[in-house]
Design a protein around this ligand. Structure first.
Ligand code: NAI
Ligand code: AKG
Length: 526
């Protein structure tokens, strides 16, 4: 029986052509509400969506037959990837097809803002001929500040340079070499805020970028600054932006994305200085055809041949090696994620040491899993398939070293990350219970299992530290699940890796950092 795929959002008809040409049955049913989708999802092996249809946990739960969810675009915010992963459903996206179009939308928004095109259009249509009302700003020679210089941000930079703008960029993971290649000046966020005439956002929405443009950030900007957001709604605190426009500090804003979408109501609606579009960044015929063809090909290849491309949650491993490799894949991802969550400047290179038995396994898959773990806290869409290419395109040197067993462990993986500022190392192994353990951090031995919520503290080995830390966490209502300690030598550098039952909020983390003998503390999730 031919596999069946549901196309649940409006997209280029080429998606249907590609599926049917390859022998996959395709049904187009758009505008379904949650219950309607739940009712029919069991009839399909695959579903392809854009951003309107939400593939929630409930939809995933209702599907016994579903094997793959395809996103005709980049962001997968509308898909519960965690729930899909838990059920063994692959989630794929089409990561590059709409980047140019979205960058062009950001440039259009900048022009519309600079010359008040939408407002002047409405006024002219109303027969007002208000020639003196609309005084614009010339773009040439102005400074554009790009926050997030990845696929889309770098295309915006290239276009802006063509418009004779000066381009500065803040992206902690932009290397000096790439900045030179693009012709942009790499700056700190504070520097960007202080210097830019126009700020354009192009980062994913992560814990670090949520609210990156808030009242505090806006207070650091030049009077008359203009803000553009064609990335994700939560990057800008909308109430703070409204206040800054009302005070006259911010001259205007152009927004394609909103904290809540579809945005039928919003605090910024109705403001003369604000230009809005309804998440149209990727809406061109060309981009929609690119992403529809790409995702249809990927979904068909998976359903017909088991080939995996651009999957966010699936390693490419053969059926034979899967059982043995699986716990080491998890270990590799955890080592990468541990280092990735701690890294705050651009990664120059990494070394992955495979020692003992693991050196004989599919280290390509392991290195991909490790890179995906390392880059996931930093980039929008990284998966085991694309992580090595992403690392390479960012000038990150990856060395693999295989060696025979050394020390007390039969086999282990060690990751060494070199950034512009420092070198960090973390090693782990898989015990006979099949569970990964961290066995060394920064050369300090320990044995720790990583849970969903971890607190990582670096400190001086001094009496009283553990009691004070336990007390601070207790006062903050945080229960400790496991407590793992290691130190270089008596009184020297020490680390604590603590599994806690709940999220450690930033104010409590600040209290932990302020404890005597503590050097730093980070909250990590796995
Ligand atoms: N409006 C629309 O219709 C569309 C919106 N998008 C959105 O645009 C955004 C960017 O997409 P891509 O360029 O493809 O992603 P990308 O992953 O290629 O680039 C993101 C960049 O942000 C940087 N970054 C990460 N954390 C940062 C931080 N804390 N501060 C500064 N920079 C940081 C990364 O280093 C990376 O260079 C995504 O949120 C995506 O979902 C994408 C397509 C269409
Ligand atoms: O499909 C769309 O219109 C939205 C595109 C988007 O936001 C994305 O690809 O991340």
């Amino acid at each position: 029986m031919a596999p069946r795929v549901l196309i649940a959002d409006k997209m280029s008809a080429r998606a249907v052509d590609v599926l049917t040409e390859r022998g996959v049955e395709a049904d187009v049913k758009t505008g379904l509400d949650r219950d309607q989708l739940i009712e029919i999802i069991n009839d399909y092996d695959g579903v392809i969506v854009r951003s309107a249809t939400k593939i929630t946990e409930k939809v995933i739960e209702a599907s016994e037959r579903l094997k793959v969810v395809g996103r005709a675009g980049i962001g997968v915010d509308n898909i519960d990837v965690k729930a899909a992963t838990a059920k063994g459903i692959i989630v794929m996206n089409a990561p590059s097809g709409n980047a140019i179009t979205t960058a062009e939308h950001a440039i259009s928004m900048m022009m519309a803002l600079a010359r008040q095109v939408p407002q002047a259009n409405a006024s002219t249509h109303a027969g007002k001929w208000e020639k003196s009302r609309f005084m614009g700003m010339e773009i040439t020679g102005k400074t554009l500040g790009i926050v997030g210089c990845g696929n889309i941000g770098s295309i915006v930079a290239e276009r802006a340079l063509g418009l004779k703008m000066r381009v500065i960029a803040f992206d902690p993971f932009l290397t000096d070499e790439r900045a030179v290649q693009l012709g942009v000046e790499k700056v700190s966020l504070d520097d960007l805020l202080a210097r830019a005439d126009i700020i354009s956002l192009h980062t994913p929405l992560t814990d670090k970028t949520r609210g990156i443009i808030d009242a505090a950030a806006l207070a650091k900007t030049r009077k008359g600054v203009r803000i553009i957001n064609c990335a994700r709604g939560g990057l800008v605190v909308e109430a703070d932006l409204k206040a800054a426009i009302e005070s006259g500090h911010v001259a205007g804003a152009a927004l394609d994305v909103f904290e809540e979408e579809p945005a039928k109501e919003n605090v910024l609606f109705g403001m003369e200085e604000v230009v809005c579009t309804p998440h149209l960044g990727a809406s061109t015929t060309e981009a929609q055809e690119n992403v529809a063809v790409q995702i249809a090909e990927q979904v068909a290849n998976y359903l017909l041949h088991g080939a995996v491309a651009n999957a966010l949650n699936m390693p490419s491993i053969s059926a034979d090696e899967a059982p043995r490799l699986k716990p080491f894949i998890k270990l590799a991802e955890q080592l990468g994620s541990f280092a990735g969550q701690l890294t705050e400047s651009s990664i120059k290179g990494i070394t992955i040491e495979y020692a003992g038995d693991v050196a004989e396994m599919n280290t390509k898959a392991l290195s991909s899993a490790l890179l995906a773990g390392l880059l996931a806290p930093i980039l929008t869409e990284v998966n085991m398939v694309n992580a090595p290419i992403v690392a390479e395109s960012r000038g990150m040197a990856v060395d693999e070293v295989r060696q025979s067993k050394r020390g007390v462990y039969d086999t282990y993986i060690r990751l060494i990350v070199r950034t512009e500022r420092q070198q960090r190392s973390v090693a782990g192994t898989v015990f006979s219970d099949g569970k990964p353990r961290i066995i060394q951090i920064k050369g300090i031995n320990m044995e720790a299992e990583l849970g969903p919520h971890m607190l990582y503290v670096t400190n001086e080995d001094k009496p009283g530290f553990i009691g004070a830390l336990g007390m601070a966490l207790g006062d903050g209502g945080i229960n400790i699940a496991t407590f793992n300690l290691g130190r270089q030598e008596r009184g020297g550098d020490a680390i604590a890796l603590i599994e806690v039952d709940d999220t450690v909020q930033p104010d409590l983390l600040a209290k932990v950092r302020a404890l005597p003998h503590v050097r730093d503390a980070k909250f990590l999730t796995f």
